[in-house]
Design a protein around this ligand. Structure first.
Ligand code: PLP
Length: 387
């Protein structure tokens, strides 16, 4: 049995995989089992921030694995403390809870918002406002927070206490905040899975205003857009707001599973011993990988991310078969005349890996993709879209 057959036979049937087996990679180039090479514009869905098998990341992870791989949260370890300190210093947040994924980072945020509101305003203030077309994860509370009926329909009853406002509709946001006893507002400043929709400044300002006015927690889901991808360290920093909670994961570990929930001053002391926990959370190897990633997200490097973003927009804008581009930094959506699935498949045949998002093409290249590879890949996309 080859790997594809074996996977189809034994791995749970939850993924519609592309007919491609990746055996190894270096930087922004992946290789399949026949030795064919692909320029990667996905980075494992915004995870491999510095591409495949990056040397610096590899050394950080290997050195930690040789020293100490896990001790549980009964004890202190240096990588965990150091990563928390770095995250707080660079964001102005006060405390960090570590988990293993984006959905868990959001579960922690949701629990904290409910506890904060129950203590401050009363138990009936448990509703979390999120946005239509959002994506917050697959576990029950995060799934319930996700504003997409298609993902909910077979899994009722959901966790109660979530309402969904339309993104960039201030009237709807205000009305939903008025009608419900809110504990918090959870949002992605750029919706990734939902089709690369960028929130407008005025809408985000209104979220921040509602947080202050009602004393509820403003929670930025930075799982996809965070960790340098927007051209700032976190996406919310493009808007000049200060969320009470930031949840992140994907790109933080550079390829290892890690989630982080950051608490600002308002929420710093909400969770107490016993309120929340995770066996693997703060794992030394994952934290060592994350430290090596964060250290490299310098202001100069983030400027380079912005420059690469402009390069993509300039090259693709107005090309035949391309209707419009959305996104920020290196999270970019392309609306095409041909169906997205056809384009993704044609690009793959020609050695370029892209992904989809609600009918669009989505590009999530490694943050350090060399210009030459990026331009080569964009030429393939342009040719395919124009056919
Ligand atoms: C991917 C994603 C999640 C879920 O992360 P997992 O690690 O798959 O649990 C949550 N929020 C956003 C914005 C995401 O893009």
């Amino acid at each position: 049995m080859d790997v594809k057959q074996m996977d189809r036979e034994y791995v749970a049937n939850t993924y519609a995989r592309f007919p491609l087996q990746i055996t190894k990679g270096k930087g922004s180039v992946a290789e399949d089992e026949t030795g064919k090479k692909y320029i990667d514009l996905c980075s494992g869905i915004a995870v491999n921030s510095f591409g495949f098998a990056d040397d610096i990341w590899q050394n950080a992870v290997a050195a930690q694995a040789a020293k100490l791989q896990h001790v549980s949260n009964l004890y202190y370890t240096e990588p965990c403390a150091k990563l928390a300190e770095m995250l707080c210093r660079r964001t102005g947040m006060k405390k960090v809870f570590f988990s293993n994924s984006g959905t868990e980072a959001n579960e922690c945020a949701i629990k904290a918002a409910r506890k904060y509101a129950a203590e401050k305003k009363g138990k009936e203030y448990y509703t979390i406002l999120t946005l239509k077309n959002s994506f917050h994860g697959r576990t029950y509370a995060a799934l319930s927070a996700t504003g997409q009926d298609a993902l909910h329909k077979d899994f009722q009853p959901l966790v109660p206490g979530f309402v969904y406002a339309e993104a960039n509709n201030i009237e709807d946001l205000r009305a939903k905040a008025e009608e419900n006893k809110l504990a918090g507002i959870l949002f992605e400043c750029v919706q990734g899975e939902g089709g690369v929709n960028v929130l407008e400044q005025a809408f985000v300002d209104e979220i921040a205003r509602l947080g202050k006015e009602r004393d509820i927690l403003i929670m930025a889901d930075e799982v996809q857009i965070g960790n340098g991808r927007s051209g700032k360290l976190y996406g919310y920093m493009n808007y000049g707001i200060e969320p009470d909670i930031v949840s992140t994961a994907k790109g933080l570990g550079g390829g290892l599973p890690i989630g982080a929930t950051l608490f600002g001053g308002k929420a710093e002391f909400v969770l107490k011993p016993g309120d929340h926990g995770s066996t693997f959370g703060g794992n030394p190897i994952c934290c060592a990988g994350a430290i090596s990633i964060l250290e490299r997200l310098t202001p100069e490097f983030l400027d380079e991310v912005q420059r690469k973003s402009r390069l993509i927009f300039q090259k693709l804008q107005g090309k035949k078969g391309i209707r419009c581009l959305t996104g920020v930094g290196l999270l970019i959506g392309i609306e095409t005349e041909r169906p997205a699935a056809d384009i993704i498949n044609a690009c793959m045949e020609q050695g370029v890996l892209t992904l989809g998002a609600h009918g669009k093409i989505r590009l999530l290249p490694a943050l350090n993709i060399p210009d030459t590879l990026l331009e080569e890949a964009l030429d393939v996309i342009i040719a395919v879209c124009g056919e």
